[in-house]
Design a protein around this ligand. Structure first.
Ligand code: IMP
Ligand code: MG
Length: 182
């Protein structure tokens, strides 16, 4: 893969390479394998952005696991306070009494994570943890400052990124690296 991808009006520069992601996934998997040793796990992948990270991570998990999906959508996000997060596709199976590990692409304002946690907690799992590829703590809403994932791939600055599952207007999700639009 080239170091950057150029379309008509946009250039995308590599910020986190394919190799860096693969290396970090191995590190995360080691910790997760250790933390969940001997326990069955329910992976909950947050669509759409989490699909690639989830796929690569689960290949490195040596655990008895099941996989389910959930899709969120934010509405009215033009102002900070009106951004309501909706569950647009719910889980297919029950998580009652299960050890749930949520896989997210990025934690930004924290609204999605807050909504997810409330939603999944109400489903009575035995435990609930979150693994995110990226974290942008500087973007967290004031009242959600304490909110963070249990496993974090990379902490990044306040800049918009695409690739490796993340999109800009539904595009660039297929890029094998995390890039910035320049
Ligand atoms: P939240 O603001 O933490 O609720 O994040 C909402 C969602 O916005 C994330 O799950 C991503 O799908 C998306 N998002 C946030 N920051 C970025 C980014 O830099 N690039 C692409 N999508 C993003
Ligand atoms: Mg998302």
């Amino acid at each position: 893969m080239e170091e950057s991808l150029k379309t008509m009006d946009t250039k995308i520069e590599v910020m986190i390479s394919e190799e860096q992601i693969a290396k970090r996934i191995l590190e995360l998997a080691k910790v997760i394998n250790n933390d969940y040793h001997g326990k069955p796990v329910k992976i909950v992948c947050v669509l759409t952005g989490g699909f690639m990270f989830m796929a690569d991570l689960v290949k490195r998990l040596d655990l008895d696991l099941k996989i389910d999906f959930l899709d969120l959508s934010s509405y009215g996000s033009d102002t900070k306070s009106s951004g309501e997060v909706k569950i647009v596709r719910d889980l297919k199976h029950s998580v009652v009494g299960e050890h749930v590990l949520v896989i997210e692409d990025i934690v930004d304002s924290g609204r999605s994570l807050k909504r997810l946690k409330t939603h999944l907690t109400s489903r009575e799992p035995a435990s609930l943890k979150v693994c995110t590829l990226l974290d942008k703590p500087s973007r967290r809403e004031a009242e959600l400052k304490e909110l963070s994932a249990d496993y974090i791939g990379f902490v990044i600055e306040n800049e918009f990124v695409v690739g490796y599952g993340l999109d800009y207007d539904q595009r660039y999700r297929n890029l094998p690296f995390v890039g910035r639009m320049v």
